[in-house]
Design a protein around this ligand. Structure first.
Ligand code: ACO
Ligand code: LMR
Length: 276
């Protein structure tokens, strides 16, 4: 009989071989007929399931709110400088994306782990904050350069209000808000930031909805994919900044020399025998 050649790759999210393209087993015509939107497409391709509207709307909301935050943030600035150096769309986009990490936009995974770890170990908010300080680590998802208690981040308020109103239970968000009450006692800017808020709400989506088993939810938290929300969202803004610079015919950028403090000392002369 026929012997099937062993497959080099296994792939489980899309199939284009039949008459209709399928996302996780759902025909593309059904994707459109059901009006699942981009949140529904993300739930099929990222999580291989149809999430209820309340969650696909949450995903869409997070993407809309994180799409851009002005030209001054690390990633947008990189994209702008790269576009002005005459580079193409993909180069400018990735130069922006490469700034996303623990400090800028990429704190979701760390926040999800940190807050679930505190919650699961039964630590009070104060104990989690003290533990982080003892370990010399900053709490991912806490702190902002310009937003503060007195200058609140509208994005965080929108996400928070939506989840408090529409998710049946939200223990991780509640816990993160308790942590925020502790950190903002120290400094006004140590708020639950947009990364942190989306991350803990995502943990509540994964853990508290019946769409995932607890094991699946905790696997996603460990896997390190939650930053994808920010990466996808901010790509929209970075592309906007690329087009903006090209439209403006912005010339090559050179930073003003007087904005650098140049400090140089002559290096020690090292002799052949290694003596200085
Ligand atoms: N957890 C605990 N303490 C903190 C945190 C934190 N996350 N962030 C700052 N602090 C403390 C600092 O240790 C410092 O304390 P000290 O005065 O006793 O030394 C004080 O707050 C001020 O710190 P700065 O470094 O001046 O804060 P800055 O405003 O420059 O930093 C930043 C902002 C980078 C966002 C910082 O808070 C941070 O690294 N947070 C964690 C990472 C994170 O969530 N990033 C995502 C930001 S939102 C986004 O990018 C979309
Ligand atoms: C962002 O969304 O880019 C930020 O919250 C970071 C910032 O400093 O504005």
């Amino acid at each position: 009989g026929l012997v099937r050649k062993p497959a080099a790759f296994i792939s489980t999210i899309s199939d284009e071989r039949g008459s209709e393209l399928m996302y996780s087993g759902v025909k593309i015509s059904e994707v459109f007929d059901s009006q699942m939107g981009i949140g529904g497409v993300i739930s099929l391709l990222w999580f291989k399931r149809r999430l209820p509207d309340v969650y696909t709307k949450f995903i869409e909301m997070a993407i809309m709110l994180c799409a851009d935050h002005g030209p001054a943030v690390s990633g947008a600035l990189n994209t702008i400088v790269t576009a002005r150096a005459g580079k193409d769309l993909v180069s400018s986009l990735v130069s922006g994306l490469l700034t996303i990490g623990d400090r800028f936009g990429g704190a979701l995974d760390g926040a999800a782990r940190m807050f679930t770890s505190g919650l699961d170990r039964g630590l009070t908010a104060r104990e989690l904050v003290d533990e982080a300080r003892r370990n010399g680590v900053l709490l991912p998802g806490i702190g902002h350069k310009i937003k503060s208690v007195s200058n609140p981040d509208y994005r965080v308020q929108v996400v928070k209000e939506y989840v408090l109103k529409n998710f049946k239970t939200h223990p991780t968000l509640d816990y993160a808000l308790a942590v925020e009450r502790v950190t903002t006692q120290k400094k006004d800017t140590l708020i639950l930031n947009v990364d942190g808020c989306i991350a803990v709400c995502f943990v509540d989506l994964l853990r508290e909805s019946s769409a995932f088993t607890r094991e699946e939810a905790d696997d996603y938290i460990k896997m390190g994919g939650l930053n994808a929300i920010f990466v996808l969202a901010r790509s929209i803004g970075f592309i906007g900044h690329f087009l903006d610079q090209k439209r403006l015919r912005a010339p090559l950028y050179r930073h003003p020399a007087d904005d650098f403090m140049l400090e140089m000392t002559e290096p020690p002369r090292i002799q052949v025998d290694g003596r200085r």
